[in-house]
Design a protein around this ligand. Structure first.
Ligand code: PMP
Length: 449
């Protein structure tokens, strides 16, 4: 058996040893910890690539979970951000540019009749839920299993499929995905499996008149790109209308990525409220909560509170203006989707030659790869794919200079720079081919042992 490819991570390992004395797990987000000897520290990124402090180069398909829609350190956006810096920071007052960016968003996303800025996806979705509650005067809400809406208490309820028997008639247990979430909040969160129309109807029949909102990512950006059927999203819209529930489409990952008008434009379904973050400013921290005029006007004194010291920060806002201009006025999103298609086709050729069953979900700009004949259409079925093959392959890919999330539930993200960098595709496919063979050998060896 060929020895596994090596990478020198000496400097990253030493950095980890020091950093973990000061920063819990040596990082600033728990998902950045990949093990004591595999956690890498970035020196810099450019385009679709990044370099760690040991000098290892990677083609990056994690892309910080999606923000770098054009690529790292995009010269056009960075120049705009520098102009934003000259504005002077934050004033706890507004600037003219807020309207210019809001106008652009409204032109790209017709449901965004009015716009407020936040700093992060979490803040935007938190504001959206508060807005829905304030507007409807109701407290409970509906989540779709496999969705992710950020790190605030109300959003942190999930179906525990890992401790669940698929063959039982019971639903997976609803658990919080962190300790420290008051368990009494669970009664406000209802969960439904994606794409089960009957369950959706039943849930609305039972709880519809007490729910403020239904939150949905029609392409689940944190669950392999599992995709809602058009019927499901249309039914959700109709049920929300029937029961006076506000439909929140969380486009933190899909927004300004899968289409200029976001995932909602692919379905032709208008939400009452929608949220955006990652691709808005190519990585500068800014997020958007937007929606129907009548609903958005509930952001007022005596209505739903919204604000924050850093909202509409001049640097992020200037970056957003330029990033959205590029996405709106140039074929960047076509370049991204085209590269995603080519990458999927290349991976399929490699897997097909070896007779390995696989499938994809999501959109070419953010796709999930499954080792199963058919991609699941809900989170419960994710369990039926061979995710242990994926998880092992991901580690080999890292060693070979390609970064994807080591957890198969995170899609592969594409940026414009992947498509304009002549070498990215060939380099990636060569690494995938080797990683697949190493993974096959790894499991063969395990079987023999
Ligand atoms: N909603 C969705 C759909 C997300 O994917 C994320 C982040 N992955 C969030 C909300 C939270 O965004 P942030 O990490 O910027 O707080």
């Amino acid at each position: 058996m060929r020895p596994p490819p090596g990478r020198d991570l000496g400097k990253s390992n030493a950095q980890f040893a020091r950093a973990s004395q000061r920063l819990p797990l040596g990082v600033s987000s728990t998902f950045r910890y990949w093990g004591d000897d595999r956690t890498i520290y970035v020196d810099h990124g450019k385009g679709g690539r990044l370099w760690d402090i040991d000098g290892n180069a990677y083609v990056d398909y994690r892309l910080g979970y999606g923000p770098a829609i054009l690529g790292y350190a995009d010269d056009r956006v960075d120049a705009a951000a520098r102009r934003g810096m000259e504005v002077g920071g934050v004033f706890a007052l507004s600037t003219e540019r807020e309207l210019a960016v809001a106008d652009r968003i409204a032109a790209m996303v017709p449901a965004a009749e009015m716009v407020r800025f936040s700093n992060s996806g979490t803040e935007a979705v938190m504001a959206a839920l508060r807005l829905a509650r304030a507007h409807t005067g109701r407290d409970s809400y509906l989540l779709v299993e496999g969705g992710y809406h950020g790190l605030f208490d109300a959003a942190m309820w999930m179906a525990n499929v890992e401790g669940w028997d698929r063959n039982s008639n019971r639903d997976p247990e609803v658990i919080s995905y962190s300790r420290g979430i008051p368990q009494e909040l669970k009664t406000l969160a209802h969960l439904v499996p994606m794409n089960d129309l009957q369950r959706l109807e039943d849930t609305f029949r039972r709880y519809g008149d007490t729910m403020a909102a239904m939150l949905i990512e029609p392409i689940q950006g944190n669950c392999c790109g599992i995709t809602a059927s058009a019927d499901y999203v249309r039914l959700a819209r109709a049920l929300c209308d029937r029961h006076g529930v506000l439909l929140i489409i969380d486009e933190v990952k899909t927004g300004f990525r899968v289409a200029k008008g976001g995932v909602q434009s692919l379905y032709g379904v208008a939400p009452d409220i929608c949220t955006f973050a990652k691709a808005v400013a190519n990585g500068y921290p800014i997020a958007v909560v937007a929606g129907r005029r009548e609903v958005m006007r509930t952001f007022r004194y005596g209505g739903a509170a919204h604000g924050g010291t850093y909202t509409a920060h001049a640097v992020s806002l200037a970056a957003a203006e330029e990033c959205l201009r590029i996405l709106d006025e140039t074929p960047a999103l076509e370049t991204i989707a085209g590269y995603g298609e080519a990458l999927k086709a290349g991976i399929s050729t490699i897997l097909g030659r070896r007779g390995i069953a696989h499938s994809y979900a999501g959109h070419p700009s953010m796709f999930g790869l499954f080792f199963a004949e058919r991609a699941p259409d809900n989170y419960r079925d994710w369990k039926t794919s061979d995710y242990s093959f994926y998880d092992r392959m991901a580690l080999f890919l890292h060693d070979l200079g390609v970064i994807c999330e080591p957890d198969s539930r995170e899609p592969w993200f594409i940026c414009e720079a992947h498509g304009t960098d002549d070498a990215c595709l060939a380099e990636t496919l060569a690494a995938v081919e080797t990683a697949v063979d190493l993974t096959l050998e790894h499991f063969e060896a395990e079987k023999r042992a």
